[in-house]
Design a protein. Structure first.
Length: 761
C-alpha cells in the first residue's frame, strides 16, 4: 500500500481490508428486473440497467443537495442506474487519505455514501464516478514524482490542477487503494472514471517512471520530439496504448477482488476516432475486455450532425457485441457553445438521444450540479425516458440487417492520419456515411480486423481512404472478394502499411485495376481558389436542351448506371485532390478530371484544358461476381466538406451499383431520414429518424419539422413473416402489401422518429 504523508494510523492494512471486505454482500436490486431468453435466470446489473442518470456534483453542492427532490426526479424519469461522484480530483466521502481532496462545504458529511444508500434503497444500480488524472497543489507538493513533466522538468497542468503520470505509483498503487476504499465504503455496483487515461499524445512525459519503463520496453530513451518517421516515437505510441490497457485490467482486478465478480471498473470512452487515438485509448481492445461501455459523447458538431450518434453506437457495438449495453452521457445543459448551467434546447437534446437509440445506445441524462436555476433542463428527460421504458424491448438485443459495410481502423487514424486525421481519414469516412444516410441505405461500420467475421452478411465493403492496411487486412479483403463480395475504395486506400509507411504500389491494385503513377493532383484541404471539375462520359448530344457549339454528338449515348441522374450535364464540380493512376485494360473510366482554371475575373473563367486523360473514377467487374469501384477523385472528402448534392448522388449511385440487388430497404418520400434496419428473433425493427430541419447543420436545432408520407419497402430475410406492421411511436398498425418477397407500407408522418415493428404476432 502506498504510504501517504500524514496518513491516518487508523487506516487498515491492505490484507486486513481485503479480508473484511470479502464478507460484504452487495444489495439485490429490484429495479429493472430482466431475465434471459429462457426466462429462468436473472441477468447481472450491467445487462439489465438500461436507463441512467447523473448529477455531476460540484464543490458547492454538499450544502444544497436536495436529495428528496432528486429521488422524485429519479422516479419520474424512470432511471434504473445512477452515476454518483465519489473521488479522484474531489472526494465526497470521508476518505482515510488526507491528500484525497475534500471541499470545505462537505465538512464531515458523507454525501457520496448518503446518495448510494438512498439509491440502493430505491432499487437503483450505482456507478461511483472518479476523475483520476489530476490533483491539487498539496498532493503535488507531497508526491511531485507522481506527476507528468515536460522535457525541462516542469509539471504539466490543467488550470490550477496538476496532471498525474500514468506510469507512476499514483496509478499503480494510490488509485487502486482509493478504489478499494470507495467500494468498501459504500458498495457501489462498480466504478466509472471520466479522465482515466492520463496525458494525451500531444505531450510527452519525461518523469523518472516514464524514462525507466520506456527503456525497459523499448531498450532506448524516450523520444525527444514528435516524429512519426522515428522508430522510437512509434514505439512510444504503441507503449502508451499498451499502458492504458494495463490500467484498465488492473483497476478491474482490484474492483472485482473487493466487490465481487460483477463489480466492474469502466473507464469512460468517446466515439471520436481522432480524440480516442490521441488519448491512447484502443477502443477495439477495450471493447474486447468490457462488459459495459459508459459512453461519454454528449453532443453533436455541426459537421457531424445528429446522425453521428447512431454511427458511433453502431461502430462501438460492432466491437463490443450487440448483446451488451452502451449508456451515453446525454447533456441536459447547453452544448456547442457549452453553457453548463443553461438548459439544452429540448429539440436538440431529444434528437441527439433519439439518434443514439437508433444506433443501439441507452439513455443517461446528465446535469452539472445539483442545483439549477434554469429549470427547463429538468423537463426534457421524462417523456423520452418513459417512451424508452415502454419500448426498450425493441431497442436492445437486436442485430443490424445491412449488406453494406464501411471499413475503418484506429491504425489508419493514428499512423496514416497522424496530425491531420480529420482531413485525411475522418472526412472521407464521414462523406460516405452521409451519402448512405441521404440515400436511405442501411450500413454497418466494420473494423478492419473484423472483415472476415462480417463477410458472410455483407455484399459490399467500402474502404474510404483506408490508406494504412496490414498484410493480414489485405488478405481478408481478398477472401471477401473470393466469396463474391464487391469493393469501393477511394484515395490512397492500401497504399501504406499499418505503420503509415508508403508501399510502392496499392496493396489492392490487382482487384481495383489501377496502379499508382506519381504525386497526386490538387490538395486535401478546402480551398476557395481551387476551381476544377469532373467530366462525365460520353458527352451530351444536341438532343439535350441548351446552346450548341457544333462539337456535340447529334444524339446522347447511354452512360454507365453510376451516372444516373446526371443526364443533363457533362460536368460535376470538384475542387479537390485526385490520385494519379494508370488503369488496366479491363476497367471502365466514366469520369475524368478537368484541371483547374481561374475563378476570377469572370472574363478569364474558361476551361483551359476541357478534357484530360486523368481518371477520376474507375470501374471493374467480374461477370456475375464482384464489382470494384476506385475513386481517384476524393468525392467522399468533398461531400463531407461541401455537402453538394451532386457528390452525394454519385456516391449513392456507386454503392447501389456495386451492391447489386442486395439492399433490402427502400424509403421514398420527402426529407432527410436516417434509416436503421435490425432483426430481433422473428421480428424486423425499422428505426427512422427525421433529420429534416433548418438546424440539422447548425446547433442547436430550434424546432422539429414533420415530414411524410413515406413509402417503405422492406425485403425480410427468407422465412420471416411480414404480414403485420406496427408503428410504435404513432401507436397504430399499418396496412401491408406483400409482393415478390417485399413488404410495402406507408408511414403518414414523422416528427422526430418512428419505429416500425415488422412481423410481430
Amino acid at each position: 500500500m502506498v504510504h501517504m504523508q500524514n496518513q491516518s494510523r487508523s487506516q487498515p492494512s491492505r490484507r486486513e481490508f481485503i479480508k473484511t471486505s470479502s464478507l460484504v454482500v452487495l444489495p439485490i436490486l429490484p429495479a429493472g428486473v430482466a431475465v434471459n431468453a429462457a426466462g429462468a435466470e436473472r441477468l447481472p446489473w450491467y445487462r439489465r440497467t438500461y436507463r441512467w442518470g447523473q448529477t455531476n456534483i460540484n464543490e458547492k453542492d454538499p450544502v444544497r443537495y436536495d436529495i428528496e427532490w432528486w429521488r422524485e426526479h429519479w422516479r419520474r424519469t424512470r432511471v434504473q442506474g445512477l452515476v454518483i461522484n465519489a473521488g479522484g480530483i474531489v472526494a465526497y466521502y470521508p476518505s482515510n487519505y488526507p491528500l484525497h481532496y475534500r471541499p470545505e462545504t462537505l465538512g464531515d458529511r458523507d454525501l457520496f455514501g448518503e446518495l448510494v444508500e438512498v439509491a440502493h434503497r430505491d432499487g437503483l444500480a450505482v456507478l461511483a464516478r472518479m476523475d483520476s488524472n489530476r490533483a491539487h497543489d498539496a498532493f503535488y507538493q507531497s508526491h511531485s514524482d507522481w506527476f507528468a513533466v515536460n522535457k525541462t522538468g516542469r509539471p504539466y497542468r490543467a488550470g490550477d490542477l496538476y496532471i498525474t503520470c500514468i506510469n507512476s505509483p499514483y496509478y499503480d498503487e494510490y488509485i487502486p487503494d482509493i478504489l478499494r476504499e470507495v467500494i468498501g465504503h459504500a458498495h457501489p455496483e462498480g466504478i466509472t472514471d471520466n479522465s482515466w487515461s492520463g496525458l494525451d499524445r500531444d505531450s510527452i512525459c519525461y518523469c523518472e517512471h516514464c524514462a525507466r519503463r520506456f527503456r525497459e520496453f523499448a531498450g532506448e530513451a524516450l523520444p525527444q520530439e514528435k516524429d512519426w518517421a522515428s522508430e522510437a516515437y512509434r514505439k512510444w505510441i504503441h507503449w502508451n496504448f499498451q499502458r492504458r490497457l494495463e490500467v484498465w485490467d488492473l483497476n478491474n482486478r482490484v474492483s472485482r477482488d473487493v466487490g465481487g465478480s460483477d463489480c466492474l471498473w469502466i473507464g469512460m470512452i468517446g466515439g471520436n476516432m481522432v480524440s480516442q487515438g490521441r488519448r491512447f485509448r484502443d477502443v477495439k481492445a477495450i471493447c474486447e475486455r468490457a462488459e459495459l461501455i459508459m459512453f461519454d459523447d454528449q453532443g453533436r458538431s455541426d459537421a457531424g450532425g445528429f446522425q453521428s450518434n447512431s454511427e458511433m453506437g453502431k461502430r462501438i457495438h460492432g466491437l463490443l457485441g450487440w448483446e451488451k449495453l452502451i449508456p451515453e452521457s446525454m447533456a441536459m445543459y447547453q452544448r456547442g457553445p457549452t453553457f453548463r448551467k443553461a438548459a439544452n434546447p429540448e429539440a436538440e437534446a431529444r434528437m441527439w438521444m433519439l439518434e443514439g437509440f437508433a444506433g443501439g445506445i441507452q439513455p443517461w441524462w446528465h446535469h452539472v450540479g445539483a442545483y439549477q436555476e434554469d429549470r427547463r433542463q429538468f423537463q426534457t428527460a421524462e417523456p423520452i425516458y418513459r417512451w424508452y421504458e415502454q419500448n426498450q424491448q425493441y431497442m436492445v438485443n437486436r442485430h443490424p440487417l445491412a449488406s453494406v459495410g464501411v471499413v475503418w481502423s484506429q491504425q489508419n487514424v493514428d499512423f496514416y492520419g497522424r496530425d491531420d486525421a480529420l482531413q485525411r481519414v475522418i472526412l472521407p469516412y464521414r462523406g460516405f456515411i452521409q451519402a448512405l444516410i441521404r440515400a436511405r441505405i442501411p450500413y454497418l461500420p466494420i473494423h478492419a480486423d473484423h472483415i472476415d467475421r462480417e463477410s458472410e452478411a455483407l455484399s459490399l465493403m467500402i474502404l474510404p481512404n483506408l490508406a494504412a492496411m496490414s498484410d493480414s487486412e489485405l488478405q481478408a479483403v481478398r477472401r471477401f472478394q473470393e466469396k463474391g463480395g464487391s469493393l469501393i475504395a477511394s484515395g490512397e486506400t492500401s497504399l501504406y502499411d499499418e505503420w503509415g509507411d508508403s508501399r510502392t504500389e496499392f496493396g489492392l491494385s490487382d482487384l481495383l485495376g489501377v496502379r499508382s503513377a506519381g504525386d497526386p493532383y490538387g490538395a486535401e484541404e478546402l480551398s476557395a481558389t481551387e476551381h476544377s471539375y469532373l467530366r462525365l462520359h460520353p458527352d451530351l448530344g444536341q438532343d439535350v436542351y441548351g446552346p450548341q457549339s457544333g462539337e456535340e454528338p447529334v444524339e446522347s449515348q447511354p452512360r454507365h448506371p453510376v451516372l444516373h441522374g446526371f443526364e443533363a450535364t457533362n460536368i460535376l464540380p470538384f475542387g479537390g485532390r485526385l490520385e494519379r493512376i494508370e488503369v488496366e485494360t479491363d476497367t471502365e473510366v466514366p469520369v475524368t478530371l478537368i484541371p483547374r482554371f481561374p475563378i476570377y475575373p469572370p472574363e478569364t473563367s474558361w476551361m483551359r484544358v476541357p478534357r484530360s486523360e486523368m481518371a477520376a473514377l474507375v470501374l471493374r467487374e467480374v461477370p456475375n461476381e464482384s464489382r470494384f469501384v476506385y475513386l481517384a477523385a476524393d468525392i467522399d472528402r468533398r461531400f463531407a466538406q461541401h455537402n453538394l448534392p451532386d457528390h452525394g448522388d454519385l456516391l449513392a449511385n456507386l454503392v447501389r451499383w456495386a451492391a447489386r440487388d442486395s439492399i433490402s430497404l427502400e424509403v421514398q418520400g420527402p426529407g432527410l431520414i436516417d434509416c436503421h434496419l435490425y432483426r430481433q428473433k422473428e421480428k424486423i425493427i425499422l428505426h427512422l429518424v427525421n433529420l429534416t430541419s433548418a438546424g440539422t447543420w447548425r446547433s442547436p436545432v430550434h424546432e422539429l419539422i414533420p415530414v411524410g408520407p413515406l413509402t417503405v419497402r422492406v425485403r425480410p430475410p427468407r422465412g420471416l413473416s411480414s404480414s403485420r406492421v406496427r408503428a410504435i411511436v404513432a401507436g397504430r398498425s399499418l396496412p401491408v402489401k406483400q409482393l415478390d418477397g417485399w413488404c410495402d407500407f406507408t408511414i403518414e408522418s414523422i416528427l422526430d422518429h418512428e419505429v416500425a415493428i415488422i412481423g410481430e404476432e
